[in-house]
Design a protein around this ligand. Structure first.
Ligand code: ZN
Length: 207
């Protein structure tokens, strides 16, 4: 499994291109923006993009989707069912504040415990509400990798001062769903650099 970070959009969100090297199928996590350069990079890999996986519906993670879909019309959008309302509402998802009315209608809604296969990569979805109502993390057990969105960052956690946020829910989700993963799990967050579960459990001051 090959992971490339292509920071994008107004806040430079970490947009991950994940490719299964055995089948050359791939998916994108959180395209906050989408540029010709990103398209060229995906084309240069020859990967067949199957999915856009959204950790949550905030504008800085989704505003690249319409352009991405122009370049890759067959790609399917995957999100947590509990994020449906936010994804379809430019005020709730805050895209209006960035001068873009982004309404996203996922092709596939998932919920806690669901799995999805891309090539030989099996994704496990963990619902982690708190930063947003339908926030989720994507765990790939075979590779000990977690895409944590804005749930857990290196030494920090997602903001809980947005509409629909809840610090209490976020804390519970992190304790029950994230800290229970193996210590050696590599964490690829929505912002800032990568980290791992063992380090965060010991050092993260917020939970
Ligand atoms: Zn967010």
């Amino acid at each position: 499994m090959q992971i490339t970070n292509m920071p994008s959009g107004p806040l430079g969100v970490n947009t991950y291109l994940v490719i299964d090297e055995t089948t050359n199928k791939g998916f994108i996590v959180d395209p906050g923006g989408w540029t010709e350069k990103m398209k060229d990079h995906v084309m240069s890999t020859g990967a067949e993009l199957e999915f856009i996986v959204l950790t949550h519906g905030h504008a800085d993670h989704i505003m690249g989707i319409p352009k991405l879909q122009e370049d890759f019309p067959n790609v399917k959008i995957v999100a947590d069912k509990a994020e449906e309302q936010m994804l379809g509402d430019p005020d709730f998802n805050m895209s209006r504040q960035w001068g873009q009315l982004t309404r996203i209608h996922p092709d596939l809604f998932v919920t806690d415990g669901d799995t999805l296969v891309c090539g030989s990569i099996e994704m496990h979805f963990l619902s982690t509400p708190g930063h947003s109502p339908g926030g989720m993390c994507v765990y790939v057990p075979a590779w000990n990798v977690l895409f944590s969105g804005d749930t857990v960052f290196q030494g920090s956690i997602g903001r809980t001062d947005f509409p629909g946020s809840s610090f209490k829910k976020l804390k519970t989700a992190i304790h029950e769903k994230i800290w229970t993963l193996p210590d050696e799990t590599d964490v690829y967050p929505g912002h800032m650099g990568p980290t791992n579960i063992g380090w965060e459990k010991e050092h993260n001051p917020f939970v």
